[in-house]
Design a protein around this ligand. Structure first.
Ligand code: PLP
Ligand code: TYF
Length: 394
């Protein structure tokens, strides 16, 4: 049965991680996969998470099944975290999913159920899995212009011009904050314009928010999404606890649907549960149980927020340090974009040939397309990165 299979393409980011691990050079630098690292190069378990997990280990009465929608206390807390105070909050329904990845797939399947002819518009470039996940659900995928590699800024004019052409059969996939891979975020004015266009043109906003708290803060990072949720009749949200709770491998996220009415959202939720039954049935519990504990406990919640703020500050400090060292060594402000971008990533505009030389000659691993994970840097590695970049003509 399997002999005739053609080998599939690899996930370029995961393949880079494998290549990095095999590299024996002691001063190699991994700027690939999007995980946060502290100054010791570790991706630590957050204290709030450890405490909630220990508490769970001691008090959880059973490991019996939870249910198709997962932990409803978690679903409520995630909905509140993003939408409390918005008009859409009362018309929202949520399902716990295996990461935002699971939410992306479930929401894509929901859209394909409701509107098989829908086209999903993703940014050019976008997160590596957006296109394959949407296509796996049978949806057509097209791209809207997003980033100007020369200026390293979002090309808001080109983006808005394309969005202004969308209609009721279209779905607009937006990154809530900390755009992956570019690091360039949509301005408040453009979020406002997108909201107006959604109302005028009738397309469905689909917000993927995997880095809430990694840009300018928990509330600030959800501002664009909240603007939409205040105004549009319908939208869908994929949210993740991988980064902001450091729960990566626990596969913790949620799919949230805002319907025209609470009843419509409840119907959509029932469909997501049906779709989950056709795939993994129930999401893994552990990560969501931890998050529910943290968000429903004042002390743990405060501890988590403080830890998240510290991670956010560290990322922004690394960005500032990159700018400063590039300025000092290159005598140029052309790397200032590192300080303007938000979240883990920046697209550098390096060519495939430059990336290959960075890897071969300098042991610096950067994802295809030139994305670097700033949040994975150590302070000690910055001079190596600056030297390597300049040596390949960045
Ligand atoms: N969406 C975006 C934009 C991402 O960068 C990621 C990466 O982790 C995901 C979704 C998937 O996250 P999760 O680990 O929650 O599945
Ligand atoms: O973009 C990233 O690096 C993260 C992690 O198939 C990731 O979002 C990378 C590849 C992948 C899933 C997650």
């Amino acid at each position: 049965m399997f002999n005739e299979l053609i080998a599939p393409g690899q996930d370029p980011i995961l393949a880079l991680t494998v290549a990095f691990r095999a590299d024996q050079r002691p001063d190699k630098v991994d700027l690939g996969i999007g995980v946060y690292r502290n100054s010791a190069g570790e991706t630590p378990v957050m204290q709030a998470v450890r405490r909630a997990a220990m508490d769970l280990a001691e008090t959880q009465p059973t490991k019996s099944y939870v249910g198709l929608a997962g932990d409803e206390r978690f679903n409520q807390a995630m909905t509140d975290l993003l939408l409390a105070g918005t008009a859409g909050h009362a018309r929202a329904a949520a399902v716990q999913t295996p990461g935002a990845s699971g939410a992306l797939r479930m929401l894509a399947e929901l859209i394909a159920t409701a509107r098989p002819s829908a086209t999903v518009w993703i940014s050019r470039p976008s997160y590596v899995n957006h296109k394959p996940v949407m296509e796996s659900a049978g949806l057509a995928v097209r791209e809207y212009p997003y980033f100007n590699v020369d200026t390293k800024q979002v090309d808001e004019q080109a983006m808005l011009a394309q969005i202004a052409q969308l209609g009721p059969d279209d779905v607009l996939l937006l990154h809530g904050c900390c755009h992956n891979p570019t690091g360039g975020d949509i301005s408040a004015a453009s979020w406002q314009r997108i909201t107006e266009l959604a109302l005028e043109r009738g397309f469905l906003p689909f917000v993927d928010i995997a880095y809430q708290g990694f840009g300018d803060g928990l509330q600030e990072d959800a501002a664009g999404l909240r603007r939409l949720a205040d105004a549009v009749p319908e939208m869908v949200i994929a949210t993740s606890c991988s980064k902001n709770f450091g729960l990566y491998r626990e596969r913790t996220g949620a799919a949230i649907v805002i319907g025209e009415s609470a009843a419509a959202a409840a119907k959509a939720k029932a469909h997501i549960q049906r779709l989950a039954r056709g795939t993994y049935t129930m999401p893994p519990d552990h990560g969501a149980a931890i998050v529910a504990r943290i968000l429903h406990d004042d002390e743990l919640r405060q501890l988590w927020q403080d830890e998240l703020t510290a991670m956010n500050e560290r990322i922004n400090q690394l960005r500032a340090e990159l700018v400063q060292q590039f300025r000092a060594v290159a005598q140029s402000d052309r790397f200032d974009y590192f300080g303007q971008h938000r979240g883990m990533f920046s697209v550098t505009g390096l060519s495939a040939e430059q990336l290959a030389r960075l890897k071969t000659d300098h042991g610096i691993y950067v994802v295809d397309g030139g994305r670097v994970n700033v949040a994975g840097l150590s302070e000690a590695a910055i001079p190596t990165v600056v030297k390597g970049f300049l040596a390949v003509g960045a």
